[in-house]
Design a protein around this ligand. Structure first.
Ligand code: ME8
Length: 514
């Protein structure tokens, strides 16, 4: 396993508040980044804002402020919200920062030097919402409306520089075919492959009709069209084409770009093509998650129906942040669409309370009552039930690592809960309260208490990336100071020693008054 890990979110348009969609992607990345940090990998987690282009220019005009002012207003809000939600990003890039603009200029010049840029004229259909030119066939197919927002497409004609995307189609197909995890989930991979095989035009990469962008080094009447400007953030933030490229050397290629499926094509075709032209390695994985939908349509700023920042804040205040994080990953397998409902959220919250919280609580109570909080041995031949719980405890670290590696995130968050569920069943079946009545069964009682404590401890450790506050609170109740983990990941998976003393507990997920 590589000792470094680099993960990115898309850079969001700062033309409105963060909402459930951007929170979803960002929380996914945060959980995965925290997992890899916990495993001892040097991790770099990048997010940021995409500030140039028609969309920003228009939003600014509507708000009656210069584009940079609008961008700054919302970029600051994004930053503040990520801090409020405990997001552990290592950097936040804004595409209007000098470090980005300077590197993009150099990158563009390199594409020119490679012979991959030529001047042509663009005429065609354009999806304003997506900032994307649409082919004649596709436009016709959707009755000249946006596939995403349903709004009418616009007609454009202007001189434009083109990037020789067509040159890279064959190598990209080959790369995707040879690397089954380059695009995940598999359904998305097949989608990209069949679209690629149908043929791809060269890509218009500059605009004259737009002034809000980075001027081309070779022809400043044009500005860089948004996708080159946006996608390159993943390397400019690492210092590519700057005076200090050490981060780029250390962290590139990215382990995973997490994106919504709306921007799959750009990340799996345009971006690799640019990288191939620049002679840079391709990212290892582009992982596309599903959409939060309402009434079958993608929910969003322009399409509506998206759970707002205010609603998210209200929920976090009423319940807690960790439960929201859990729910976002628990709600559906990675890649599937999701529909928000408070009832579904409450189911996840209750699962945490009734399975995890309850398991911790009853374990602490029992060991307190029967053994003064001190962990005894497993000193008799384990029963089948004991053995099955031992095996589950042993299996969890590798099962967890595999789930995170494959980005099976619903699995990753549920595996520890399943261990707690099994432990609850084990406690029900072994009935410690009746074992306690019979002095001849003291060794059996020790075993039940021992295994229950080890199991809930392991479940909580496994949940640190998902429930950073609650898991540590539970771990402290178990009498362990999380600081004692230090930097050695092996420490995490150590079992509690005999004679270990737990503390008293209080419910991790207190019942909510309705
Ligand atoms: O596309 N469900 O920015 P953007 C799930 N700037 N995720 C959603 C969502 C929904 N309903 N709505 C938004 C851009 N998202 C470009 C990206 S990257 C080099 C440039 C999330 O502000 C999801 O991650 O429109 C999606 O990919 C992203 O927000 C789009 O954010």
């Amino acid at each position: 396993m590589n000792s470094r890990f680099y993960i990115t979110t898309p850079i969001y348009y700062p033309n409105g508040e963060p909402h459930l969609g951007s929170v979803y992607t960002t929380v996914i990345c945060d959980v995965v980044a925290r997992f890899h940090r916990l495993q001892g990998r040097e991790t770099f987690f990048l997010t940021g804002t995409d500030e140039h282009g028609t969309k920003m220019e228009k939003a600014a005009a509507e708000a009656g402020v210069p584009p940079l002012e609008l961008a700054t207003r919302y970029a600051d809000l994004f930053r503040a919200v990520w801090a409020e939600l405990g997001i552990s990003n290592d950097d936040f890039i804004r595409t209007t920062e000098p470090r980005h603009k300077q590197a993009v200029t150099r990158i563009f010049q390199r594409l020119v030097d490679q012979g991959d840029i030529y001047l042509g004229s663009y005429e065609g259909w354009y999806d304003e919402g997506q900032e994307e030119f649409v082919t004649e066939t596709e436009a016709k197919l959707n009755e000249f409306k946006s596939k995403i927002s349903g709004k009418p497409l616009s007609r454009y004609s202007e001189p434009s520089y083109f990037f020789r995307l067509s040159r890279f189609v064959a190598p990209i197909i080959e790369h995707i075919e040879k690397n089954p995890t380059f695009v995940i989930p598999t359904g998305r991979r097949n989608e990209v492959l069949s679209k690629l095989r149908a043929g791809v035009d060269d890509l218009s990469v500059s605009r004259t009709a737009l002034s809000w962008g980075i001027p081309l080094p070779n022809d400043p009447k044009h500005v860089v069209y948004v996708w080159i400007d946006a996608l390159t953030n993943y390397i400019t933030a690492l210092g590519y084409q700057s005076d200090d490229a050490s981060r780029f050397e250390a962290f590139w290629p990215a382990d995973v770009h997490v994106i919504g499926k709306d921007i799959l094509w750009f990340h799996t075709v345009y971006w690799p093509a640019m990288l191939l032209s620049l002679g840079i390695e391709l990212p290892k994985t582009v992982a596309a998650h599903g959409w939060w939908v309402r009434g079958g349509m993608k929910a969003g700023k322009s399409t509506g129906g998206i759970t707002t920042l205010a609603e998210i804040r209200e929920l976090v205040a009423k319940y807690d942040l960790d439960s929201l994080r859990y729910h976002l990953l628990r709600a559906a397998p990675f890649g599937a669409d999701l529909e928000w409902s408070v009832e579904e959220f409450e189911k996840s919250f209750n699962e945490l309370a009734n399975v995890l919280g309850n398991c911790l609580n009853r374990t602490l109570k029992m060991i307190g009552k029967y053994r003064g909080g001190v962990l005894g041995p497993v000193s008799h031949a384990p029963s089948e039930l004991d053995q099955s719980l031992m095996a589950a405890i042993d299996r969890l670290p590798s099962a967890l690592a595999e789930a995170y590696e494959k980005l099976e995130l619903q699995q990753a968050v549920m595996l520890p809960i399943e261990l707690a569920r099994q432990t609850n069943g084990y406690i029900d079946a072994t009935a410690p309260f009746s074992l306690a009545k019979d002095p001849a069964k003291a060794a059996q009682l020790d075993t039940v208490l021992h295994l229950s404590v080890q199991a809930i401890y392991r479940a909580l450790v496994s949940l640190i990336p998902v429930l950073p506050a609650k898991a540590l609170e539970g771990i402290r109740q178990l009498g362990v100071d999380p600081a004692s983990f230090g930097k050695d990941p092996a420490k995490l998976w150590e079992q509690l020693p005999l004679g270990h003393k737990v503390r008293e507990g209080s419910p991790l997920f207190p019942r909510i008054e309705k």
